[in-house]
Design a protein around this ligand. Sequence first.
Ligand code: FMN
Ligand code: 7N5
Length: 354
Amino acid sequence: MPTALAYQAAAHEVMDRHLWDFVEGGAGDERAVLANVHAFDAVRLRPRVLTGCGEPSTKTRILGRHWRTPIAVAPMAYHTAFDDGGEVSTASGADRAGCPLVVSTFAGRRFADIAAATTIAPWLQLYCFKDRSVTRHVIETAEAAGFEVLVLTVDTPRLGRRLRDERNGFRLPDGVLPANLPPGDFSSPSEHSRTAFDPGLDWTVLDWLRSITALPVLVKGVLAAEDAELAIKAGAAGVIVSNHGGRQLDRAPATLDVLAEIAAAVDGRCPVLLDGGVRRGSDVLAAAALGADAVLIGRPVLHALAAEGSEGVARLLVAVAEELADTMVLTGTASLSDARPELVIGRRQPTVEL
Ligand SMILES: Cc1cc2nc3c(=O)[nH]c(=O)nc-3n(C[C@H](O)[C@H](O)[C@H](O)COP(=O)(O)O)c2cc1C
Ligand SMILES: CCCCC(=O)C(=O)O
């Protein structure tokens, strides 16, 4: 069975060193990158026996859509740096595994071409630029291509300081460009973010989004129960518990460690998704038990794409989904709604009462 670890090793063999550092790296001392993975590593599951659960269901329903398995691909910039087909390859691989793709504002392929490669309507990850006309254009292009959901990233007033990229003087490979943005100089992601991203966003950005689009908006980058509450008040259709894979705030908490607190605050009013460090089907079940309706997988998808293209993406995602089903059988969990916090040993209880 192809694992995330095996694809990581395979990608390491074939990828350019500076690009490798751009993908693997995080902000500062990379505490948050490691914290995500360590939080999952520390999980032990508490199996129940003789439950009669031999054929578990991994199905779920998110924003009115049926998902075969509670797994989507996290938004990541520039898939064309890893495979010539870029996001078109990722979308068709994810489609074969039954997983939706969240497409980055910085996708290397046109939204319409990405949408045409999958039977599952893609979601658009949105960075809100100072130039709102550009932001609006990105949304309209995605809407015209049939995208169904907006994911507003809120943890990136500017990119975190990524020391590997600083050391390497990282520049995007020649020919790697955002396909859905007006021409500009994108060669240094950190420099571009400092000039183009709006660092002064507040919750009123959701009012503005609702004034220009009817698509539901999820807020990605929530790490505190208070912010989940504010997101719902501001009209968000869901929250994504994320520390951007440890690429933003070096001392951000592991996402798994704040999930229960956020799920308790949301209390079923909207979907709660999580990303950061999800590598195994057993990680997916742990996140579901602690309150996630679905998870997003980031770096392992780029590893699989770099190593084996579209086929690699499909094989990785199918393997994680199968492992989720295995783990459900072995813990006596018949469905995702049966995954409760009692399944997980040694996690802290919610710490913030609202
Ligand atoms: C190379 C790379 C590019 C990324 N680009 C984006 C992006 O364009 N927009 C965004 O919201 N998050 C972006 N992310 C963050 C991911 O969406 C996600 O939060 C994170 O990678 C999940 O953690 P994981 O990689 O441990 O699975 C990026 C992550 C990586 C590794
Ligand atoms: C300007 C590209 C931003 C990509 C991103 O979000 C990341 O590298 O984490």
